[in-house]
Structures are given as C-alpha cells and as structure tokens.
Design a protein around this ligand. Structure first.
Ligand code: 2HA
Ligand code: ZN
Length: 263
C-alpha cells in the first residue's frame, strides 16, 4: 500500500495548503504492476469506463486516479471510496481493479490527465504523475498579470532564486477555457510537450513529473513565486534578480533553461 500512502499524504498536504478546497483538484499516477499487486488482484475487473479518445499509447499501464466529486480532504482517511486503480485495457477502456467503492468513477478531468500523460511520456520515459490543484496566488496572478507564458516565466524566475532551478523550462499559461471539456485537454496536453506545468487562468495549475516529491515541490515553488509576486504587487521595487543573475545561476547549476526570455 506504499503508493496509496504516499499519494494520500500529498493529497492531504495540498488540502491543508488550501489549494484544493471542496472537490477542487484531481490527481493521476502511473503505478508499477508490482505496486498494484500489493494492493489488489490485477485480474479481478470490477467495472469499466469508456473514453472516446485514443488511449492506445497507454495500453497496459496502471493508473491511480482520484474520483469525480471527491474531496482531497477525505482521501487520507478513506482511500477506497475516493480513489480508484485502473488498467488501460484497450484504446478506449479503463478497467477498474480497486477503489471507487461507493460506485464512483474517475475525475471529470481524467481525459485531460490521460492526454497529459501521453505527451509527458513521449518526452520523459520516467514520467509518472499529474496533479491538478487550485493554488491561491497562482490564480490571483491570472487576474492581475497578462497571460503570456514567457512573461510569466520571466516574472516567476525573478521572484526568488529557486524558481529557475526548479522549473528551468519555464511555465505555460492558458487563457480561461471551459474545464472538463475536450478543448482544455487538447491545449493543456500540447503545452506538456515542452513544459511540466501549465496554468489555467482563473482556475489553477496542472503540474507533472516523475515522483510525488518532484511534482509537489514544483507546485510549492510555483505557488511561492506567485505569492511573492502578489505580496509585492503595487510596492515600489528597489531591486530584483537580473537577467545576468539568472544566467549566472543557470551556469552554476548547469540548467538547461528556456532560451529567448532572459537572453
Ligand atoms: O474536479 O478541479 O477542474 C474539480 C476540478 C475541476
Ligand atoms: Zn480545477
């Protein structure tokens, strides 16, 4: 049950940060077969979920996915009702092996998650995790900042020294688009070809990576930079991190950072 423990701990932390109020946010995690075997019988299909887009890239993989309408607040104490483990059985079918005990089904954002997994796996074979959350200051920034991805990347990099170290590829920003729909899934996944983090204006953040620590750390660092931006907004700025400082950092930490923003 180690995988369930590590994921429910992260869900609980996200809730306690106020980044996933009520049923806000959702998560999907690629599990290894040996991890699934520790939790349930991999040959015992409980129910099926059909999707009309092409899942063939993911066939054979196992996913832990939060349930639709479920609260992050409740996942730690009751994982079997709030989470489900599924195998991608064929190009249009997820087969439920564990969880959703009260008759639930995957999050409404599951198509977006699955499309993001496909694009991240194409660029990083070790990719495993997608977390959608509602970090407060990231959402605040989408009200008071333009929505240009390079402008966001530059401003977040300049808020604190850690930013460029943690997300050297930058951050992508999408305008307001209807959530739960097809278009937002396609546009988010397209950004995931180049970025691990995509902001949804006036909504939240999609963050991806290899491990719970990496993805949680990415969310924390982006949100911290956005918090510094919001807390200093409207004050006279006497100094900041310069382009030259960032280039010096990139050299010192050997960062493969996104070019065309500070140079
Ligand atoms: O599942 O956050 O984007 C609740 C949401 C939808
Ligand atoms: Zn949301």
């Amino acid at each position: 049950m180690k995988a369930i423990e590590e994921i429910t701990e992260i869900l609980d932390l996200l809730y306690k940060h106020d980044w996933d109020e009520r049923n806000g946010g959702n998560l999907s995690y690629i599990l290894k077969e040996e991890e699934v075997k520790e939790i349930c019988d991999i040959n015992n299909e409980i129910r099926e979920f059909k999707y009309d887009f092409d899942l063939s890239y993911l066939v054979g993989k196992y996913f832990l996915i939060t349930g639709t309408g479920k609260y992050f607040k409740n996942c730690l104490k009751d994982p079997e009702n709030n989470l489900g483990i599924m195998k991608v059985k064929d190009a249009h079918t997820l087969s439920l092996l564990w969880g959703y005990n009260d008759g639930g089904r995957p999050t409404s954002e599951a198509p977006t998650h699955l499309k993001c997994h496909i694009e991240r796996l194409k660029v990083d074979s070790e990719h495993r995790l997608v977390i959608h959350s509602h970090p407060t200051n990231v959402i605040c920034m989408t009200h008071v900042h333009d929505l240009d991805s390079n402008h966001w990347t530059e401003d977040l990099w300049k808020m604190q020294t850690e930013s460029i170290v943690v997300f050297p590829e930058g951050i992508a920003v999408l305008p307001w688009i209807l959530c739960g729909g097809e278009q937002i899934g396609i546009e988010t996944a397209a950004k995931m070809q180049e970025y691990r983090a995509v902001v949804w204006a006036q909504h939240g953040l999609f963050a991806t990576g290899r491990t719970p620590d990496e993805v949680y750390g990415l969310i924390e660092t982006i949100e911290k930079a956005a918090q510094i931006y919001m807390m200093t907004l409207g004050y006279k700025h006497y100094q900041s991190i310069t382009n030259e400082n960032l280039i010096e950092l990139a050299k010192a930490f050997n960062l493969n950072y996104r070019h065309g923003i500070i140079d």
